[in-house]
Design a binder for this molecule. Structure first.
Ligand SMILES: NCc1[nH]cc(CCC(=O)O)c1CC(=O)O
Length: 310
Protein backbone atom coordinates (compact mmCIF):
# COMPACT_ATOMS: atom_id res chain seq x y z
CA UNK A 1 0.00 0.00 0.00
CA UNK A 2 2.79 2.43 0.95
CA UNK A 3 4.58 1.28 -2.14
CA UNK A 4 2.05 2.28 -4.74
CA UNK A 5 3.10 4.91 -7.27
CA UNK A 6 0.52 6.65 -9.47
CA UNK A 7 1.96 7.78 -12.80
CA UNK A 8 0.17 10.50 -14.75
CA UNK A 9 0.23 10.41 -18.53
CA UNK A 10 -1.56 11.58 -21.64
CA UNK A 11 -3.65 8.99 -23.41
CA UNK A 12 -1.87 8.93 -26.76
CA UNK A 13 -0.37 5.67 -27.93
CA UNK A 14 3.15 7.01 -27.53
CA UNK A 15 2.49 8.58 -24.12
CA UNK A 16 1.02 5.29 -22.85
CA UNK A 17 4.01 3.36 -24.17
CA UNK A 18 6.36 5.73 -22.36
CA UNK A 19 4.43 5.65 -19.08
CA UNK A 20 4.22 1.86 -19.21
CA UNK A 21 7.96 1.70 -19.79
CA UNK A 22 8.58 3.79 -16.66
CA UNK A 23 6.10 1.63 -14.72
CA UNK A 24 7.87 -1.60 -15.66
CA UNK A 25 11.31 -0.14 -14.95
CA UNK A 26 10.22 1.01 -11.48
CA UNK A 27 8.60 -2.35 -10.68
CA UNK A 28 11.67 -4.21 -11.95
CA UNK A 29 14.12 -2.04 -10.00
CA UNK A 30 12.24 -1.93 -6.69
CA UNK A 31 10.70 -5.08 -5.27
CA UNK A 32 7.36 -4.35 -3.64
CA UNK A 33 6.61 -1.26 -5.72
CA UNK A 34 3.51 -1.35 -7.89
CA UNK A 35 2.61 1.40 -10.32
CA UNK A 36 -0.73 2.48 -11.68
CA UNK A 37 -1.31 4.79 -14.65
CA UNK A 38 -3.75 7.69 -14.52
CA UNK A 39 -4.63 9.01 -17.97
CA UNK A 40 -5.20 12.76 -18.12
CA UNK A 41 -6.57 14.66 -21.09
CA UNK A 42 -4.67 17.84 -21.95
CA UNK A 43 -5.65 20.85 -24.04
CA UNK A 44 -3.31 19.64 -26.76
CA UNK A 45 -5.26 16.37 -27.00
CA UNK A 46 -8.55 18.21 -27.44
CA UNK A 47 -7.49 20.61 -30.20
CA UNK A 48 -6.41 18.34 -33.02
CA UNK A 49 -7.29 20.29 -36.13
CA UNK A 50 -5.17 23.43 -35.71
CA UNK A 51 -1.38 23.69 -36.08
CA UNK A 52 0.14 23.87 -32.61
CA UNK A 53 1.88 27.14 -33.47
CA UNK A 54 -1.56 28.75 -33.69
CA UNK A 55 -2.95 27.55 -30.37
CA UNK A 56 -0.25 28.69 -28.02
CA UNK A 57 2.43 26.10 -28.62
CA UNK A 58 4.44 24.92 -25.65
CA UNK A 59 2.89 23.68 -22.46
CA UNK A 60 -0.25 22.51 -24.19
CA UNK A 61 0.41 18.87 -23.36
CA UNK A 62 1.53 19.29 -19.75
CA UNK A 63 -0.54 21.81 -17.78
CA UNK A 64 -3.43 19.55 -16.69
CA UNK A 65 -0.96 16.82 -15.74
CA UNK A 66 1.10 19.23 -13.65
CA UNK A 67 -2.06 20.26 -11.80
CA UNK A 68 -2.71 16.61 -10.92
CA UNK A 69 0.85 16.31 -9.65
CA UNK A 70 0.56 19.46 -7.54
CA UNK A 71 -2.72 18.40 -5.93
CA UNK A 72 -1.53 14.85 -5.24
CA UNK A 73 -3.72 12.85 -7.63
CA UNK A 74 -0.53 11.45 -9.16
CA UNK A 75 3.01 10.93 -7.79
CA UNK A 76 4.93 11.53 -10.99
CA UNK A 77 4.27 12.39 -14.62
CA UNK A 78 5.91 11.02 -17.73
CA UNK A 79 6.23 13.47 -20.63
CA UNK A 80 8.16 13.72 -23.86
CA UNK A 81 10.95 16.15 -22.97
CA UNK A 82 10.31 17.95 -26.24
CA UNK A 83 6.85 18.97 -25.04
CA UNK A 84 8.13 20.55 -21.80
CA UNK A 85 8.09 24.35 -21.57
CA UNK A 86 11.30 26.06 -20.51
CA UNK A 87 10.00 26.76 -17.00
CA UNK A 88 8.34 24.35 -14.58
CA UNK A 89 5.70 25.56 -12.11
CA UNK A 90 6.66 26.30 -8.53
CA UNK A 91 6.83 23.09 -6.49
CA UNK A 92 7.68 20.75 -9.37
CA UNK A 93 11.00 19.53 -10.76
CA UNK A 94 12.51 17.24 -13.35
CA UNK A 95 12.80 14.14 -11.17
CA UNK A 96 14.62 11.98 -13.68
CA UNK A 97 15.81 11.92 -17.28
CA UNK A 98 16.21 8.36 -18.59
CA UNK A 99 18.45 7.38 -21.49
CA UNK A 100 17.60 9.10 -24.74
CA UNK A 101 16.18 7.27 -27.74
CA UNK A 102 17.29 8.26 -31.25
CA UNK A 103 17.16 12.09 -31.26
CA UNK A 104 16.94 12.46 -35.04
CA UNK A 105 14.04 13.38 -37.28
CA UNK A 106 12.91 10.71 -39.69
CA UNK A 107 11.71 10.99 -43.27
CA UNK A 108 8.90 8.64 -44.22
CA UNK A 109 8.29 8.77 -47.95
CA UNK A 110 6.37 7.12 -50.76
CA UNK A 111 8.31 4.50 -52.69
CA UNK A 112 11.30 4.74 -50.37
CA UNK A 113 12.59 8.00 -51.86
CA UNK A 114 15.36 9.58 -49.79
CA UNK A 115 15.44 13.34 -49.11
CA UNK A 116 17.96 13.81 -51.95
CA UNK A 117 15.67 12.07 -54.40
CA UNK A 118 12.35 13.74 -53.59
CA UNK A 119 10.87 15.02 -56.87
CA UNK A 120 10.68 18.73 -57.69
CA UNK A 121 7.77 20.32 -55.80
CA UNK A 122 7.19 17.25 -53.64
CA UNK A 123 4.52 17.64 -50.92
CA UNK A 124 6.00 17.11 -47.46
CA UNK A 125 3.84 17.00 -44.32
CA UNK A 126 4.92 18.68 -41.08
CA UNK A 127 3.39 21.32 -38.83
CA UNK A 128 6.68 22.14 -37.17
CA UNK A 129 8.23 25.51 -38.04
CA UNK A 130 11.65 24.08 -37.17
CA UNK A 131 11.27 21.23 -39.64
CA UNK A 132 9.74 23.23 -42.48
CA UNK A 133 12.35 26.01 -42.23
CA UNK A 134 15.20 23.52 -42.45
CA UNK A 135 13.56 21.60 -45.31
CA UNK A 136 12.98 24.80 -47.29
CA UNK A 137 16.54 26.02 -46.68
CA UNK A 138 17.81 22.95 -48.56
CA UNK A 139 14.91 22.57 -50.97
CA UNK A 140 12.92 25.78 -51.58
CA UNK A 141 10.83 23.94 -54.17
CA UNK A 142 9.15 21.65 -51.62
CA UNK A 143 5.49 22.20 -50.76
CA UNK A 144 4.99 22.02 -47.01
CA UNK A 145 1.60 20.73 -45.82
CA UNK A 146 0.18 20.82 -42.28
CA UNK A 147 0.17 17.50 -40.46
CA UNK A 148 -1.44 16.69 -37.14
CA UNK A 149 -3.20 13.81 -35.41
CA UNK A 150 -1.78 10.62 -33.93
CA UNK A 151 1.05 8.67 -35.49
CA UNK A 152 -1.17 6.24 -37.40
CA UNK A 153 -3.16 9.09 -38.95
CA UNK A 154 0.05 10.79 -39.99
CA UNK A 155 1.57 7.66 -41.51
CA UNK A 156 -1.59 7.08 -43.53
CA UNK A 157 -1.09 10.47 -45.23
CA UNK A 158 1.87 8.86 -47.00
CA UNK A 159 0.79 5.23 -47.33
CA UNK A 160 -2.77 6.00 -48.50
CA UNK A 161 -2.92 9.77 -48.91
CA UNK A 162 -1.44 12.23 -51.33
CA UNK A 163 1.68 13.38 -49.49
CA UNK A 164 5.07 12.40 -50.93
CA UNK A 165 6.67 12.36 -47.49
CA UNK A 166 6.28 13.33 -43.86
CA UNK A 167 8.75 14.08 -41.08
CA UNK A 168 8.34 12.55 -37.62
CA UNK A 169 10.66 12.07 -34.67
CA UNK A 170 12.48 8.76 -35.07
CA UNK A 171 12.12 8.11 -31.32
CA UNK A 172 8.32 7.89 -31.32
CA UNK A 173 8.28 5.48 -34.27
CA UNK A 174 10.99 3.27 -32.80
CA UNK A 175 9.34 3.11 -29.38
CA UNK A 176 6.06 2.01 -30.93
CA UNK A 177 7.75 -0.63 -33.07
CA UNK A 178 7.03 1.36 -36.24
CA UNK A 179 10.68 1.86 -37.17
CA UNK A 180 10.24 -0.08 -40.42
CA UNK A 181 8.25 2.88 -41.81
CA UNK A 182 11.34 5.10 -41.62
CA UNK A 183 12.86 5.73 -45.04
CA UNK A 184 15.79 7.74 -43.74
CA UNK A 185 16.94 9.25 -40.47
CA UNK A 186 18.05 12.79 -41.20
CA UNK A 187 21.52 13.79 -40.02
CA UNK A 188 21.66 16.77 -37.61
CA UNK A 189 23.58 18.68 -40.32
CA UNK A 190 20.47 18.52 -42.48
CA UNK A 191 17.82 18.67 -39.75
CA UNK A 192 18.80 19.82 -36.28
CA UNK A 193 16.40 18.13 -33.83
CA UNK A 194 14.12 19.88 -31.35
CA UNK A 195 15.41 20.56 -27.86
CA UNK A 196 15.01 17.37 -25.84
CA UNK A 197 13.82 15.27 -28.77
CA UNK A 198 13.95 11.55 -28.06
CA UNK A 199 14.26 12.03 -24.30
CA UNK A 200 11.66 11.54 -21.57
CA UNK A 201 10.98 13.90 -18.70
CA UNK A 202 9.78 12.36 -15.47
CA UNK A 203 8.35 15.23 -13.48
CA UNK A 204 7.87 15.00 -9.71
CA UNK A 205 7.20 17.18 -6.66
CA UNK A 206 10.03 19.34 -5.34
CA UNK A 207 10.06 17.65 -1.92
CA UNK A 208 9.26 13.96 -2.21
CA UNK A 209 11.97 11.67 -0.83
CA UNK A 210 10.06 8.48 -1.60
CA UNK A 211 9.72 9.34 -5.29
CA UNK A 212 13.30 10.72 -5.49
CA UNK A 213 14.60 7.37 -4.24
CA UNK A 214 12.44 5.43 -6.68
CA UNK A 215 13.57 7.56 -9.62
CA UNK A 216 17.29 7.77 -8.86
CA UNK A 217 18.33 4.65 -10.84
CA UNK A 218 16.38 5.81 -13.90
CA UNK A 219 18.63 8.82 -14.42
CA UNK A 220 21.06 8.61 -17.33
CA UNK A 221 23.81 11.15 -16.73
CA UNK A 222 24.96 11.73 -20.35
CA UNK A 223 21.35 12.35 -21.36
CA UNK A 224 20.82 14.68 -18.41
CA UNK A 225 23.91 16.75 -19.28
CA UNK A 226 23.03 17.11 -22.95
CA UNK A 227 19.31 17.72 -22.50
CA UNK A 228 19.84 20.31 -19.76
CA UNK A 229 22.33 22.15 -22.01
CA UNK A 230 19.71 22.15 -24.78
CA UNK A 231 17.05 23.44 -22.39
CA UNK A 232 19.33 26.23 -21.16
CA UNK A 233 19.72 27.21 -24.80
CA UNK A 234 15.93 27.24 -25.29
CA UNK A 235 15.35 29.12 -22.05
CA UNK A 236 17.70 31.89 -23.16
CA UNK A 237 16.07 32.29 -26.58
CA UNK A 238 12.43 31.86 -25.91
CA UNK A 239 9.63 34.20 -25.28
CA UNK A 240 6.38 32.28 -25.27
CA UNK A 241 6.12 32.22 -29.05
CA UNK A 242 6.58 29.33 -31.44
CA UNK A 243 9.84 29.81 -33.26
CA UNK A 244 11.91 27.73 -35.67
CA UNK A 245 14.56 26.72 -33.17
CA UNK A 246 16.55 23.53 -32.72
CA UNK A 247 19.44 22.34 -30.58
CA UNK A 248 21.37 19.14 -30.25
CA UNK A 249 24.07 18.37 -27.67
CA UNK A 250 26.39 15.36 -27.43
CA UNK A 251 28.90 14.35 -24.77
CA UNK A 252 31.93 12.06 -24.84
CA UNK A 253 31.66 11.70 -21.07
CA UNK A 254 34.03 14.60 -20.40
CA UNK A 255 33.00 17.45 -22.67
CA UNK A 256 29.67 18.45 -24.11
CA UNK A 257 29.22 19.99 -27.55
CA UNK A 258 26.05 21.83 -28.50
CA UNK A 259 24.79 23.00 -31.86
CA UNK A 260 21.99 25.55 -31.79
CA UNK A 261 19.87 26.89 -34.64
CA UNK A 262 17.40 29.67 -35.28
CA UNK A 263 15.85 30.01 -38.72
CA UNK A 264 13.66 32.31 -40.74
CA UNK A 265 10.27 30.57 -41.14
CA UNK A 266 10.63 30.36 -44.92
CA UNK A 267 14.13 28.89 -44.66
CA UNK A 268 15.72 31.92 -46.31
CA UNK A 269 18.12 32.25 -43.38
CA UNK A 270 19.58 29.60 -41.10
CA UNK A 271 21.67 30.79 -38.16
CA UNK A 272 23.76 28.11 -36.48
CA UNK A 273 26.35 28.18 -33.70
CA UNK A 274 28.37 25.42 -32.09
CA UNK A 275 30.54 25.32 -28.95
CA UNK A 276 32.13 22.82 -26.55
CA UNK A 277 32.74 22.93 -22.79
CA UNK A 278 33.25 20.56 -19.88
CA UNK A 279 30.16 18.61 -18.90
CA UNK A 280 29.87 20.56 -15.63
CA UNK A 281 29.50 23.77 -17.69
CA UNK A 282 26.67 22.39 -19.84
CA UNK A 283 24.09 24.91 -18.66
CA UNK A 284 26.36 27.92 -19.24
CA UNK A 285 27.26 26.49 -22.64
CA UNK A 286 23.62 26.44 -23.72
CA UNK A 287 23.20 30.04 -22.59
CA UNK A 288 26.37 31.17 -24.40
CA UNK A 289 25.40 29.62 -27.72
CA UNK A 290 21.93 31.15 -27.49
CA UNK A 291 23.37 34.63 -26.76
CA UNK A 292 25.78 34.31 -29.64
CA UNK A 293 22.93 33.42 -31.98
CA UNK A 294 20.94 36.43 -30.77
CA UNK A 295 23.87 38.70 -31.63
CA UNK A 296 24.22 37.03 -35.03
CA UNK A 297 20.65 37.98 -35.97
CA UNK A 298 18.36 35.60 -34.10
CA UNK A 299 17.10 38.50 -31.98
CA UNK A 300 15.74 40.17 -35.13
CA UNK A 301 14.03 37.01 -36.28
CA UNK A 302 12.44 36.51 -32.86
CA UNK A 303 11.22 40.10 -32.60
CA UNK A 304 9.62 39.95 -36.04
CA UNK A 305 7.92 36.62 -35.26
CA UNK A 306 6.53 38.01 -32.01
CA UNK A 307 5.11 41.06 -33.81
CA UNK A 308 3.45 38.85 -36.42
CA UNK A 309 1.91 36.62 -33.78
CA UNK A 310 0.60 39.49 -31.67
N1 LIG B 1 5.46 17.22 -31.08
C1 LIG B 1 4.86 16.04 -30.58
C2 LIG B 1 5.87 15.02 -30.12
N2 LIG B 1 6.40 15.10 -28.89
C3 LIG B 1 7.27 14.02 -28.75
C4 LIG B 1 7.24 13.28 -29.90
C5 LIG B 1 7.96 12.01 -30.09
C6 LIG B 1 9.44 12.02 -30.10
C7 LIG B 1 10.19 12.46 -28.89
O1 LIG B 1 10.13 11.82 -27.82
O2 LIG B 1 10.90 13.46 -29.01
C8 LIG B 1 6.36 13.91 -30.81
C9 LIG B 1 6.01 13.47 -32.16
C10 LIG B 1 6.93 13.96 -33.26
O3 LIG B 1 7.53 15.03 -33.18
O4 LIG B 1 7.05 13.26 -34.28
Amino acid sequence: MENKIVIGTRGSQLALWQANWVKSELERLHTGVTCELLVIKTKGDKILDVPLAKVGGKGLFVKEIEEALLDGRIDMAVHSMKDMPADLPEGLKIGAIPEREDPRDALISKNGLTFENLPQGARVGTSSLRRSAQLLAKRPDLQIETLRGNIDTRLRKVTEGDLDAIILAAAGLKRLGLGEHITECLAPELMLPAVGQGALCIESREKDDRIDAALAPLNHMPTRVTVLAERAFLNTLEGSCQIPVGAFAETDGQDVTIRGLVAEVDGSRILMEQETAENAQGHALGVTVAERLKEAGAADILTRLLENQA
